[in-house]
Design a protein around this ligand. Structure first.
Ligand code: HCA
Ligand code: CU
Length: 391
């Protein structure tokens, strides 16, 4: 299992550029690259220089920033493309070609032996160029496994660094990915990369299954942006691994995740989904009275991720009919109101009664708390000796 020693290939600047709303200027790409580098991802994958003159200039600019992350660019499996990629000064080239019958017949039209021949030509050249070499098969999950193994074994024999599995259409299940990576692990010496789309909601689980089966590299993008509904999100992968053991992601600067998600959301003009991993607005909000009580005693009761490790705080929502008196008591303490338990229980009933009629805000609860507090003081005063009444 490579869980202790995996790398992230961050593809916001490649797959993320394929998201419908994305238009990154060079300055924005550089800003994103620097932020991801500071976060600590091991690789940044960039759009092929073959896409457009600006894409080529962006590759050159980012390859020359002197970042810690390795800079790799994506290319088709042609000599022309990889030559152009190498000329930009990147550290590595991520070559990809479709192997499913769908793509072989309707995209590039090549047979499996032709794919192998092409790959041999392309990597024959790259070998002399002192760059990291990766070969990936597009639509791997719908490819015939025998075709895949034939192609991967041929490129492995050339001595490339990594082979990649791509669930291009998001059809794979964790079990399928696990089995495919396990089999591949037995057949090749190269590192194994997994790239998974999220069409059916399995992108994070599939990436995790790949790591469990021996994959060494996982592709992500910030917020998961990419073609259609995107790929494994960086934050989601981090959440998944952190929940196994925070040590696994201790090499990353987790405090930057919020800024990354917010900045990308802003640049591509989307809201961070309410249910997003870690940075969604309700990710650390607790509501039901039973949850609130336990969380107040010990946050691990209902939290597998500690918000403070991501620079965030938990929030306990108390203004609703599911509330409980422990949560109301906690709020009274926050406000510095010393109320007896019987008062708190009485207030809790009132909050529930009110919230059966209309949605309440925290202000409403606070108003009830203050009113009850003053009534309690008044009550205490009238019971007190006359000499102390004016204190
Ligand atoms: C695509 C290509 C790709 C490539 C993945 C890879 C995919 O845009 O269709 O290079 O590993 O999902 O297959 O993103
Ligand atoms: Cu993709």
């Amino acid at each position: 299992m490579s869980l202790e020693n995996f790398s992230i290939i961050e593809s916001t600047l490649r797959e993320g550029e394929q998201f419908v709303n994305t238009f990154f200027t060079q300055d924005q790409k550089i800003e994103i690259a620097r932020l991801l580098d500071e976060f600590g991802v091991e690789y940044l994958e960039l759009t092929t220089p073959q896409a457009s003159p600006q894409s080529e200039r962006d590759c050159v600019a980012i390859a020359n920033l002197g970042l810690n992350a390795k800079i790799v660019t994506h290319t088709r499996c042609t000599l022309e493309d990889v030559k152009r990629a190498v000329d930009t000064g990147v550290d590595g080239v991520d070559v990809v070609i479709g192997t499913s019958s769908q793509l072989r017949n309707f995209s590039h039209g090549k047979s499996v032996p032709e794919i192998i021949e092409l790959a041999q030509e392309v990597f024959g050249y790259l070998k002399s160029q002192n760059v990291e070499m990766r070969f990936s098969t597009e639509d791997s999950l719908r490819s015939d496994p025998q075709d895949l193994y034939a192609v991967y074994e041929a490129v492995d024999a050339i001595g490339i660094n990594r082979v990649g599995i791509a669930d291009t259409v998001g059809i794979g299940t964790p079990m399928q990915v696990y089995n495919l990576v396990s089999e591949l692990r037995k057949r090749v010496k190269a590192d194994i990369e997994f790239h998974g789309h999220n069409d059916t909601g399995c992108a994070i689980a599939n990436a995790y299954a790949a790591l469990e089966a021996g994959a060494t590299h996982v592709d992500t993008s910030v917020l998961g942006i990419g073609e259609r509904n995107g790929i494994t999100p960086l934050g989601g992968l981090i959440a998944r691994l952190y929940a196994i053991n925070p040590v696994l992601v201790a090499k990353y600067n987790l405090l930057l995740l919020v800024e990354l998600d917010q900045r990308i959301a802003e640049l591509v003009q989307v809201d961070i989904p309410f249910n997003n991993y870690i940075t969604g607005f309700s990710a650390f909000t607790h509501k039901a009275g039973i949850h609130a009580k336990a969380i107040l005693n010990n946050p691990s009761t209902y939290e597998v991720l500690s918000p403070e490790d991501f620079g965030l705080t938990r929030y306990i929502n108390i203004a609703h009919r599911l509330t409980g008196w422990n949560a109301i008591k906690y709020r009274a303490e926050q406000l510095g109101l010393d109320l007896s338990d019987s008062h708190i229980k009485h207030i809790t009933k009132e909050v529930k009664r009110n919230s059966d009629e209309r949605p309440l805000t925290l202000d409403d609860v606070d108003t009830i708390l203050y009113r009850e507090y003053h009534q309690q003081i008044e009550g205490t005063k009238t019971n007190q000796p006359v000499s102390m009444a004016g204190d």
